[in-house]
Design a binder for this molecule. Structure first.
Ligand code: FAD
Length: 284
């Protein structure tokens, strides 16, 4: 992933999500302007489940690449996309000069019909990665799960499926967010022993409200360590203290990762520039 990860041993990147409404684009550009001052190696842009908002992902990624001159990674999912939909997104990305994609299967949105769900071209991320590898010159990244993907039978099966994605052409992995660093260390060791040599970015999400933790855990299935649960219990009704404690937790998590030789850090910014800036200034 040459223009995303220039330094083999360390990188700092952010994830943002595109605005839902057209009128929110100026605010999103303002956010990106602020994030750009933190000099990230790259900024990734999520893709709305179902695929109908792919243009917003491309527009935001284009602003990052062409206006801010920062490398960008556009997410794209199998779910919600027939072959022609994928081909259209590929063309939109090419037209915007974007050639880095995070190829994901996606999850079925509650509102999606059986017909639309079953009409997707690619069953799993590795199928789409193979297609992208064959039909484009994109650099391709994929997702990985330090605590196992929620559907996988067991950790070993999930790792073999991860190896498939790398062998299909993924040159960079970005992890699901996690709060227990030991889980990441165990995962990385097993992935390396299986022969996965590509860079693995550790996904870190600062938890700044108790509500956010509930949503995050139900989506990611990540284990919540006692220390984080205690913070929530202590500061639940004190928003500013909770925010500060959540930022401190993320900072100590990143510092511990770095001390263990994990150099590629990917912060899920949740589109919060101030929180991201506070973390970056503490870890640099
Ligand atoms: P896959 O790699 O297809 O894996 C899904 C499950 O199937 C796993 O259990 C795996 O073990 C198994 N599996 C994989 N390949 C095979 C195979 N060939 N045969 C049988 N089983 C197989 N979702 C969005 O909608 N938009 C986003 O922008 C987005 N960004 C994300 C960013 C990151 C860093 C991460 C970690 C996740 C993101 N997601 C996003 C969520 C993601 O779509 C879900 O986690 C989804 O459930 C799995 O996607 P995947 O690409 O890992 O799927």
């Amino acid at each position: 992933m040459n223009d995303l990860i220039k330094n083999e041993s360390s990188s700092l990147s952010f994830e943002v999500f595109p605005p839902k409404k057209e009128e929110d684009f100026p605010g999103a550009y303002e956010l990106l302007d602020k994030l750009s001052t933190l000099n990230p190696d790259f900024i990734s842009v999520t893709y709305g489940a179902g695929g109908s908002k792919s243009k917003k992902t491309v527009d935001i990624a284009s602003y990052i690449k062409n206006t801010l001159k920062i490398p960008t990674l556009a997410h794209i999912t199998c779910v919600g996309n027939r072959r022609e939909d994928i081909d259209r997104v590929i063309l939109d990305l090419k037209n915007a000069g974007i050639n880095n994609v995070l190829a994901l299967r996606g999850d079925r949105p509650a509102s999606m019909s059986d017909e639309q769900y079953n009409s997707r071209e690619f069953e799993h991320a590795n199928d789409m990665i193979a297609y992208l590898k064959k039909t484009t010159d994109f650099h391709i990244a994929a997702a990985c799960y330090p605590e196992k993907h929620y559907e996988a039978l067991d950790f070993e099966t999930d790792l073999k499926n991860l190896l498939n994605k790398v062998e299909a052409g993924a040159g960079l992995l970005i992890s699901q967010l996690f709060f227990e660093n030991d889980a990441f260390y165990r995962f990385e060791e097993k992935a390396r022993s299986l022969g996965i040599t590509v860079p693995i970015c550790a996904g870190i999400m600062p938890i700044t409200t108790s509500k956010q933790l509930g949503t995050t855990v139900s989506l990611s299935g990540s284990t919540v360590p006692k220390k984080l649960a205690d913070l929530i219990a202590t500061y639940d009704d004190k928003p500013e203290e909770m925010r500060k404690a959540g930022i401190d937790f993320a900072i100590s998590q990143i510092n511990d990762l770095k001390a263990h030789g994990v150099g590629h850090i990917h912060i899920c910014s949740m589109n919060k520039a101030k929180t991201t800036a506070e973390i970056v200034s503490a870890i640099r």
